[in-house]
Design a binder for this molecule. Structure first.
Ligand SMILES: [Ca+2]
Ligand SMILES: [Ca+2]
Length: 104
């Protein structure tokens, strides 16, 4: 549970800061379904192989001008729910449930 808690905190910080981006991908209705959620995260996947590597995550984070770029590695680790050093659909499913539980 401890682990979930820190992920929730990370998500809250991130979602507040990146509200506009979140809105853009949620289609303006302020909620994300699983497809919207997945397509948001897959925009980090620069080479389109379905896996977001740490390097891709860092690069996209910076090129999007997202804040807290010093925390990007922390977010990456928190989001890598199936710990294999890449983010992909298997992780997004877990992440989505946590977002959902969190009322986001
Ligand atoms: Ca990739
Ligand atoms: Ca993973």
């Amino acid at each position: 549970m401890r682990e979930h808690q820190s992920f929730r905190d990370a998500v809250k910080v991130w979602a507040n800061v990146e509200d506009d981006l979140f809105k853009r991908y949620s289609g303006g209705d302020r909620t994300m379904d699983q497809d919207e959620f997945t397509s948001y995260w897959l925009h980090f996947d620069r080479d389109g192989d379905g896996n977001v590597t740490k390097a891709e995550f860092d690069r996209t984070w910076k090129s999007d001008g997202l804040s807290n770029s010093d925390r990007a590695p922390f977010f990456f680790l928190e989001m890598d729910r199936v710990a294999d050093e890449v983010l992909n659909k298997e992780d997004f499913v877990h992440m989505f449930h946590i977002f959902d539980e969190n009322g986001m």
